[in-house]
Ligand binder design. Structure first.
Ligand SMILES: Cc1cc2nc3c(=O)[nH]c(=O)nc-3n(C[C@H](O)[C@H](O)[C@H](O)COP(=O)(O)OP(=O)(O)OC[C@H]3O[C@@H](n4cnc5c(N)ncnc54)[C@H](O)[C@@H]3O)c2cc1C
Length: 305
């Protein structure tokens, strides 16, 4: 009976790597070894990798830019599939992009062509696949506003074209968060706008991020989701404001610390472990709960080993 690695290798062109340290593949810079690791450069490789994991009864994790996750120090016991399928085409107001396309590259390309709708995403890290998974957004906009349809590999192993409705998008969530489908490509509909104006907006958004986000320190963006009023969904209380008022500024655990310019961000000061981050997250959540009776919902995803 061939070993799992041999079976994966025979399906994936001998390119399976073993015990690959995950920290360099994440924006947090945290994470131990993946038992198996495969970098998919084409959609068919991505499909084959997911199917091989399923055929071998292995857990798998599709890794985009690694900018919204916390891997464990113990790593990941199954197959990590790194989505490097970075290709897109723009025709008229329509963008076709493979799931591994870097969002920020797409922002530049669409703005250059005078297409509006993606400028909100300037500076958001990661891939289109990751953005669809978490309905990535900023400045009051999110990817659900421009996604027309997508090709997915469903959790029951079918390749299907699905429309926007399918994803059940909500604030920083989609049905992918619970059902395990894999996005293979997307079709986005944008609108003609003044390229100079768009470029100006993009410049402002990037400046805003440079001034408020950590530079040269690991992080994974907002730790918690903002609070939306159930009665008035447009009324948003930033989690950062509650955290600040609850006194989390200056908190740290080991190598993980609350970022001094934004209380809803945890930075890795260089030596943070996944346990440090998890303990700090709990301390921050407890501070808000004991001050305001509000239980913040985590936005960063913990990936079980
Ligand atoms: C400094 C900083 C600022 C940030 N600012 C924002 C912000 O303003 N708004 C915002 O929304 N987010 C923000 N983020 C978080 C992050 O950039 C987004 O959530 C991003 O969309 C994650 O994409 P990714 O490719 O890195 O996904 P990953 O972190 O790699 O993965 C996230 C999830 O998506 C899944 N996934 C990835 N690819 C696929 C696929 N092809 N099919 C199915 N599932 C897939 C993964 O399995 C995982 O469950 C920020 C992060 C950082 C570090």
């Amino acid at each position: 009976m061939p070993k799992t690695a041999d079976r994966l290798n025979s399906a994936l062109g001998g390119r399976i790597e073993e015990n690959v340290i995950l920290s360099p593949h994440t924006s947090f810079g945290i994470g131990g070894p993946a038992r198996y690791f495969f970098a998919a450069h084409t959609t068919s490789e991505l499909v084959r990798a997911v199917r091989s994991a399923r055929a071998n009864g292995l857990r798998f994790f599709v890794l985009g830019g690694g900018s919204n996750i916390l891997f464990d120090d113990a790593g990941f016991s199954g197959l990590v599939i790194k989505d490097n399928t970075d290709k897109f085409r723009i025709k008229g107001g329509i963008v076709f992009a493979l799931s591994g396309t870097i969002v920020d590259r797409l922002v530049d390309a669409t703005v250059e062509q005078g297409l509006g709708g993606m400028e909100y995403a300037a500076g958001i890290m990661g891939t289109i696949g990751g953005a669809v998974h978490g309905n990535a957004g900023a400045f009051g906009h999110a990817i659900n506003e421009i996604l027309e349809s997508a090709v997915i590999l469903s959790n029951d192993d079918k390749i299907e074209v699905v429309d926007n409705e399918y994803f059940k998008f909500a604030y920083r969530s989609s049905r992918l968060c619970s059902n395990g489908d894999t996005v293979l490509s997307v079709r986005l509909r944008l609108r003609a706008e003044d390229p100079l104006q768009l470029a100006e907006t993009v410049k402002d958004r990037r400046k805003f991020r440079r001034e408020r986000h950590p530079v040269n320190m690991g992080c994974a963006g907002s730790v918690f989701k903002n609070i939306r009023s159930l009665e008035k969904p447009d009324e948003v209380t930033p989690a950062g404001k509650l955290l600040e008022e609850a006194g989390v500024r200056g908190m740290s655990v080991g190598g993980a610390a609350v970022f001094d310019r934004h209380c809803n961000i945890i930075v890795n000061r260089g030596t943070a472990t996944s346990e440090d981050v998890k303990k700090l997250v709990e301390n921050m959540r407890n501070a808000v709960f004991s001050n305001f009776g509000i239980d913040l919902e985590r936005e960063i995803l913990y990936i079980e080993p």
